[in-house]
Design a binder for this molecule. Structure first.
Ligand code: FAD
Ligand code: MLT
Ligand code: ZN
Length: 473
């Protein structure tokens, strides 16, 4: 290990090879605190060439590499596991922060992998454009991390997930060679699309160092609406009515009333003015939980007044709050956006990010509490909080109570999603947490093809071992 660290210092300089155990431990624990491991050191390269040098040095020593951006992953993918036979090197991308000028002719921009989503969005906005991915971790999550996980977020309903924004990447393979094409050409059919292959590959095939990203015409939010609903099916129906009535829906989010209670308590938010939970609960359709739909709207060519008129045709529930000024909109968003941190104040939750087809949302939700109860029969009390991007069928099932080391409830929820024709990994990736359950969502032949790709690009298995792919039989 000493020789590895000396070689890494020789290629990128001592100041950017961190080996003090306390410092390394900070990088080796993920955002949830559920996943952590031991690493040899943390390296902080500042260019594609330095990333290539680091990877070659690691390969020469047989040292695994864990790529890390903002470390906001919720599934252990950005940190080592505690069971790795050789302590890996954490390759932190936070110094890859180049921001090229926006190319307004193609509506594209080239940026470093370590640029945060907030910085990218501000950069695009300064050119009158918008980046199509946004998420509550925007101040920390990076371009590289969001590409590696194919992040979704609140705008996926309008612009698709990260995959839909990626026009090219530069990346370093496990042997130190650099691949990628940053021309941004839409008209290109010359062979395999490496940028798309690397999108969602979670650091197992290459380290992304820069990206060419598509930007969108800015569509300002003119209103945020929050409505109390009887359950998740009612929320989906209401969102469909709103979508039919207004020119554009920028976000369509759902959260249980248990989430409202918790976020108000933990984040110190006031309950919405005039909120009467009994109205929603009295009308509950029996699919498990009353809750809220939050929708963010854009006006297209119509003005804000026109939006209000059009909403009148959407049969909004009695308990509906609408904000049209930026302060009011932010206040409504806070109930949804601060849920993750509110849940984290209760301890280490079990977080299951799944997707189910629109027609299965209600059935999934109504079976969920029973499934959780059965899986947590030995725990005194579990609290279930469901929220997510309902417009794309993406639900975040959070279970608070069971021991973090016990995965019974996680696998039970994964099986329930699969039984409803869903995916066990919607937008956070597979990480370490779900690698064993990939087969619930992908076929044997697909998983074999993924292993073949991995073996071809990383024959020694040095890039993020244990993440995404189940161990080979
Ligand atoms: P990291 O956590 O550092 O890494 C994630 C994975 O990508 C790891 O496997 C890592 O090895 C790999 N990786 C990182 N950088 C590179 C690179 N340059 N090259 C190759 N591999 C790399 N996710 C959503 O999809 N939608 C949401 O709405 C959302 N909201 C969130 C809200 C909060 C409060 C938090 C804490 C998280 C949220 N997340 C959300 C999860 C998380 O922010 C995303 O998964 C994000 O994409 C991770 O980016 P990161 O830079 O933090 O990556
Ligand atoms: C969100 O949509 O807020 C996230 O994906 C984070 C979470 O699941 O907690
Ligand atoms: Zn999410």
């Amino acid at each position: 290990m000493r020789e590895l660290i000396a070689d890494l210092r020789a290629v990128i300089g001592s100041a950017h090879v961190l080996a003090e155990p306390d410092v390394v431990a900070g990088y080796a624990t993920d955002w949830t605190r559920r996943y952590s491991g031991v690493a040899a050191c943390v390296v902080r390269p500042a260019s594609t060439a330095e990333v290539a040098d680091v990877i070659r040095a690691c390969a020469a020593h047989g040292a695994p590499i864990v790529p890390q951006g903002g470390n906001t992953s919720l599934l252990g993918g950005s940190v080592p596991s505690d069971r790795m036979p050789v302590p890996p090197v954490i390759l932190w991308t936070g110094r890859l922060t180049s921001l090229d000028p926006v190319d307004t002719r193609s509506s594209q921009v080239t940026v470093g992998a370590g640029v945060t989503i907030a910085k990218l969005r501000a950069h695009a906005a300064a050119a009158g454009l918008s980046y199509g991915v946004d998420l509550a971790s925007r101040d920390t999550a990076t371009v590289g991390g969001t590409i590696a996980t194919n992040a979704g977020g609140i705008r996926a309903i309008r612009y698709g997930p990260t995959r839909a924004q990626v026009a090219g990447v530069t990346a370093v393979l496990a042997d130190g060679s650099v691949v990628g094409n940053m021309s941004g050409l839409t008209a290109s059919a010359a062979g395999y699309d490496i940028a798309q292959l690397l999108t969602g590959s979670e650091g197992t095939l290459a380290v992304i160092t820069a990206a060419r990203l598509r930007l969108r015409i800015a569509e300002p939010a003119v209103a945020v609406l929050m409505a109390g609903v009887a359950g998740i099916d009612a929320a989906a129906d209401l969102l469909a009515r709103i979508g039919a009535a207004v020119p554009g829906v920028l976000a369509g989010e759902y959260f249980d009333s248990a989430g409202m209670d918790l976020v108000c308590r933990a984040a110190g938010l006031p309950l919405p003015r005039g909120y009467d939970r009994s109205v929603a609960e009295g009308a509950s359709a029996g699919d498990g939980a009353a809750g809220f739909l939050l929708a963010e709207l854009t006006s297209g060519d119509a003005g804000p007044d026109d939006i209000a008129q059009r909403l009148a045709g959407a049969a909004l529930p009695d308990q509906t709050w609408v904000a049209t000024d930026s302060r009011g909109m932010a206040a409504l968003w806070a109930y949804r956006e601060r849920l993750t941190e509110a849940i984290a104040t209760t301890g280490i939750p079990h977080k299951m990010d799944v997707a189910v087809p629109a027609g299965e949302l209600g059935a999934f939700r109504s079976e969920l509490d029973g499934v959780v109860r059965a899986a947590t029969v030995h725990d005194s009390e579990s609290l279930v909080i469901v929220f997510g991007h309902i417009g794309v069928g993406n639900l975040h099932v959070n279970v608070i109570g069971p021991d973090p080391a016990d995965t019974s409830v996680d696998v039970a929820v994964a099986r329930l999603a699969a039984a409803h024709g869903g995916s066990v990994a919607a937008e956070h990736g597979v990480g370490r947490a779900k690698a064993a359950w990939l087969g619930l969502t992908r076929s044997v032949a697909e998983i074999a093809a993924m292993h073949a790709i991995k073996a071809a690009l990383d024959p020694a298995g040095l890039l993020n071992p244990g993440v995404l792919l189940p161990a080979e039989r």
